[in-house]
Design a protein around this ligand. Structure first.
Ligand SMILES: [Fe+2]
Length: 169
């Protein structure tokens, strides 16, 4: 076994490890969203991203509460998956020369992030249930519901945004 490995030999350790990665993911998202908001043109899209930025700050706070309770400290482990998705989103923002196409690209990037988060929160919510951490499972479920809602709002906005993008010269 390599030195300094996480030594994940039980479900509780895996649960904490996943929470630490999620803390990193959410923190990265709070830094990425303001740029996406600035570059979005559709006022509805800007508003939806702004609302989700506020929610995301709440998601960080919930994770900190859970980590503080279960391990006594808030330790973050870099989430490489979200870093890659954010990087792709930044590329699309840079490469899109039409603002409607850029909006469609921002929605695509944001929905990829939402789905990554939905998968992750579904997993940790279930781990919390198995481990008998009912309160933690409830908190994680609330975040999961907010991620699902954010994703549904983006799908709604994409209707008109994609149509506008399709008309771009
Ligand atoms: Fe989130």
């Amino acid at each position: 076994m390599k030195f300094m490995s996480a030594n994940l030999d039980n479900l509780r350790k895996l649960y904490v490890d996943e929470l630490q990665h999620l803390h990193s993911a959410e923190t990265q998202i709070t830094k990425a969203l303001p740029k996406m908001i600035e570059k979005a043109s559709d006022p509805q899209l800007k508003q939806a991203l702004e609302t989700h930025l506020q929610e995301t700050r709440g998601h960080v706070a919930r994770l900190e509460q859970i980590l503080q309770n279960s391990v006594g400290e808030v330790d973050s482990k870099k989430c490489k998956g979200i870093a890659a998705l954010i990087g792709e989103g930044e590329d699309v923002i840079t490469d899109a020369s039409d603002e409607a196409v850029r909006d469609a690209g921002i929605i695509a990037a944001a929905q990829k992030v939402e789905h990554y988060e939905m998968a992750s929160y579904g997993t940790v919510r279930t781990f919390a249930e198995i481990l008998g951490q009912t309160q933690e499972a409830d908190l994680l479920e609330r975040t999961l519901d907010e991620e699902k809602h954010a994703d549904a709002v983006l799908t709604q906005i994409s209707d008109s945004a994609n149509t506008r993008a399709d008309k771009a010269a």
